[in-house]
Design a protein around this ligand. Structure first.
Ligand code: ATP
Ligand code: MG
Length: 565
């Protein structure tokens, strides 16, 4: 490809609203342009990278015998009403009406669409195990689209769905997909950790996210140094090492605790450690009033809480609700005589505590010497706490390390939620109707490209991983009017193009401009043809090399083949 004919509008400066380095690079390098908030045009350079990533996916899905297909973007609301997600999915769904007033939506994901096709077209256990996938644009009206391709309102996703007659089949399909995903990310040059994850609004258990460590990441993962434990912080477990020495139960006494609106202030005021305080927080879980207890030095994890309560929505009660329900303001709420609560749940850290401080359900008052079972009851104990960095992991008891990361993929065993609600049955070996067992698999393809950039930034640009680089080789001719240079450049372009994607900078530009642009293209090999062209000598440079190296043209093939494989 001749650069003079290529459309790659580069910029000296990234727009002021670009925060993420990958976003800045893709704008500066002319990979993408924003059309409206969270919606991008993929210019030729960006589209090349996207197509390469899609190619890798297609090859790896072929390898595990999963065929590609494509679903419509425009979906009828009725499909989503059937699964119950039309309301549940919330404000992220783009909804529209056609000229006849029929409600429609732009697909944010496609469980329903695939389940319906299966419901109508798969009849027997003999047709399974089966899995299908598509690479398609998805629409989600994100509250805060940002960081370029990392969180768009329109983005490209690989979404796959598996259909099985037995749990064993599903397990095997899940493992196949997991391994394929590992190969996809490896080939795309994106370092990922498969981590234990939350399955969110999709239902189902056994959820694994592929997390790409990067400073800009919106997620946090907790791992141990041996790699035997890795979880999204939303789900991470840790071992609580605190132990209180047993004490005799003392008399419950009410004390005034003015101006103690935090645990730290309360601990200081009463001169007790935070581990002797039990925090009580009122949550509204769907319609239930749930009082949640946790030891004073720990924090509640609302994702875990949602799972334990099996609630679609959990939120802290507002100040007004709190006052109305408990009679107290924040800080004064507690579990003693908390008859207004539909349920009291507690984190495991609340077990084996003696003579603790709890709110007295009166603003600025606490009870001292409260004891579980004598003074208050707990309906259910569970792990409800947010893990802290440094705490022992639950597998090898090694200190947990936290890393910010980007969720690039998510796979999970869906089970039969969609197939039962939407009537996707098959006849088993005994002729009995059973619901199909599903799995769901997704990669944010455009997000993955941003993750690749985040992980491969160089001082002035990017060092694209070989398999997704827009071009493998970038030939730069220093002087366009020099015949010897032109002859050599054209010859190399022709020879190398037989095997590799070559971009040849044949523009009449200053070398400085060309080199700056080359940093943004980030091809794994840059070949500069300059003064020594007549002597058959050129310069080669990889994006991560500090300096270019001279090499004779007859050694070039060997170098290129070694680098690009
Ligand atoms: P997030 O927590 O980041 O919003 P999600 O849980 O909503 O992600 P899924 O529904 O599991 O995401 O979608 C599958 C994949 O699609 C994600 O793993 C992610 O890589 C990608 N993805 C999700 N939302 C976006 C978005 N707004 N822009 C780009 N990629 C996205
Ligand atoms: Mg989301």
């Amino acid at each position: 490809m001749r650069q003079s004919k290529f459309f790659m509008p580069t910029l000296k400066e990234a727009p002021a609203d670009a925060v993420a380095e990958s976003h800045k690079l893709m704008i500066r390098g002319g990979y993408i342009r924003q059309v409206t908030a969270g919606v991008y045009a993929y210019l030729p350079l960006g589209y090349r990278v996207l197509r390469k990533a899609e190619n890798i996916i297609e090859q790896e899905m072929d390898r595990i015998n999963v065929p590609e297909m494509i679903m419509p973007h425009l979906l009828p609301a009725t499909l989503w009403q059937e699964s119950g997600r039309y309301k549940k999915y919330g404000a992220e769904m783009f909804k529209l009406k056609d000229r006849h007033g029929r409600e429609s939506l732009l697909g944010p994901t496609h469980e329903e669409t695939f389940t319906e096709i299966i419901a109508k077209n798969l009849k027997s256990y003999k047709q399974m195990p089966l899995a299908l996938y598509q690479i398609q644009t998805k629409f989600r009206d994100e509250n805060r689209p940002r960081f370029g391709l990392l969180r768009g309102r329109e983005f490209v996703m690989l979404d796959g769905y598996s259909f099985a007659a037995t749990r064993d089949q599903l397990d095997k399909q899940f493992d196949d997909q997991k391994n394929a995903y590992k190969r996809i990310f490896k080939r795309a040059g994106v370092t990922v950790h498969p981590v234990i994850a939350d399955s969110g609004t999709m239902g189902g258990k056994n959820s694994t996210e592929f997390q790409a460590p990067a400073a800009i990441g919106e997620d946090t993962i907790a791992t141990n140094e041996k790699g035997t434990y890795a979880a999204n912080l939303e789900m991470a477990k840790s071992i609580d090492t605190f132990k209180q020495e047993p004490e005799d139960a003392k008399e419950l006494t009410k004390v005034a605790t003015p101006d103690c609106d935090t645990i730290e202030k309360l601990a200081k005021f009463l001169n007790v450690p935070t581990t002797r305080i039990v925090k009580s927080i009122l949550y509204i879980a769907d319609d239930q009033k749930v009082l949640v207890l946790i030891r004073g030095d720990k924090q509640i994890n609302e994702v875990k809480l949602g799972h334990v309560l099996d609630a679609d929505e959990v939120r802290e009660a507002t100040a007004e609700e709190l006052k109305e329900i408990t009679g107290s303001e924040k800080g004064g709420v507690g579990p003693v005589k908390a008859d207004w609560a539909d349920k009291i749940v507690a984190d495991e850290t609340v077990k084996n505590l003696y003579n603790v401080v709890v709110g007295a359900n009166e603003t600025d008052y606490q009870f001292q010497n409260a004891n579980l079972d004598r003074d208050f009851k707990v309906d259910e104990f569970a792990d409800l706490r947010t893990a802290n960095e440094g705490e022992p992991d639950p597998v090898d008891h090694l200190p947990l390390k936290f890393t910010t990361s980007i969720e690039v993929g998510h796979i999970f065993k869906l089970g039969t939620y969609y197939t039962t609600t939407m009537g996707a049955d098959f006849l088993d070996q005994n002729g009995k109707a059973q619901p199909v067992i599903m799995g769901s698999y997704g990669i944010g393809v455009t997000r993955m490209l941003s993750a690749a950039v985040e992980q491969h930034l160089t001082e002035h640009g990017v060092a694209w991983p070989k398999e997704i680089a827009p071009f493998a080789i970038h030939i730069i001719q220093m002087k366009i009017n020099n015949d010897e240079q032109t002859a050599l450049a054209e010859k190399l372009e022709k020879d190398l193009s037989a095997k590799y994607d070559v971009l040849y900078d044949d523009r009449k530009e200053r070398p400085g401009v060309k080199f700056n642009d080359a940093d943004l293209v980030g091809a794994p090999i840059r070949i500069t043809i300059g003064r020594k062209a007549a002597d058959g000598i050129v310069e080669v440079k990889r994006p991560t090399d500090e300096k270019a190296t001279e090499i004779s043209v007859d050694k070039l093939d060997e170098f290129v083949n070694k680098e690009l494989g």
